[in-house]
Design a protein around this ligand. Structure first.
Ligand SMILES: [Zn+2]
Length: 216
């Protein structure tokens, strides 16, 4: 280990969600006590992480890519494949894969998703999120989508991001004709069943169901 390795590894660990400098240091000291074989195994698993675990080319969620009969890895997840029995007219926008997993666990939603990779950041360290929002626009323009459900955490940056996405989609959600008629695209937000400051990832089933059923 070079004298800088500790700090280099610490900086990398701090990139993980919810990990601060103290926790990153604790991880390094714990890893120091691993058997050499365990450390080797960990390094090689991290190295090969993206061989099968891929981001879906449509909804951007992490999924275990399966092989097609021709031997190629599927570029879209099982939800987004046209033959899936999910409701392709709805897209629920979430910040992270962990939010999606929590909603899936509750089995109360049968549509598609869009994973932003986080919320917009006022310090503009959010290039990935902005790219993901642009891509959401491309998906919505396909014409199959009738509703976009914003399921962002009810904290300051989540609210800011939801407002930003609503602005982006404003032209799409205007009535199709000046005389009124049906809206082209409905943009809804989860109802305030979720207490302000609650992470979607930790919301319980009943709260999630109420928030989805009463969305507006
Ligand atoms: Zn997908």
């Amino acid at each position: 280990m070079s004298p800088n390795s500790f700090n280099d590894l610490k900086e990398l660990l701090e990139k993980l969600p919810g990990i601060g400098p103290r926790q990153a240091s604790r991880f390094i000291w714990a890893m120091l006590d691993f058997e050499p074989k365990e450390r080797e195994n960990m390094a090689s698993l991290i190295n090969s992480l993206d061989q099968h675990l891929k981001r879906c080319g449509e909804c951007l969620r992490a999924h275990l890519a399966t092989k097609s009969p021709s031997g190629d890895l599927a570029t879209v997840c099982s939800f987004c494949q046209p033959i899936s029995n999910r409701d392709h007219s709805k897209i629920m926008v979430v910040e992270r894969d962990s939010d999606l997993l929590n909603i899936e666990k509750s089995k109360i939603y049968g549509g598609l998703y869009h994973v932003l990779g986080g919320a917009l950041d006022l310090l503009e360290k959010d290039e990935g999120v902005r790219k993901s929002i642009k891509f959401l626009k491309v998906r919505a323009e396909s014409g199959k989508v009738k509703e976009i459900i914003l399921a962002l955490s009810p904290v300051k940056l989540g609210e800011f991001t939801a407002g930003f996405i609503e602005k982006v989609f404003e032209p799409f959600s205007k009535p199709a004709s000046p005389a009124g008629g049906s809206q082209k695209l409905k943009i809804s937000r989860l109802a305030r069943g979720l207490a302000t400051g609650t992470d979607l990832e930790y919301a319980d089933e009943t709260t999630l169901k109420q928030a989805i059923d009463n969305r507006k």
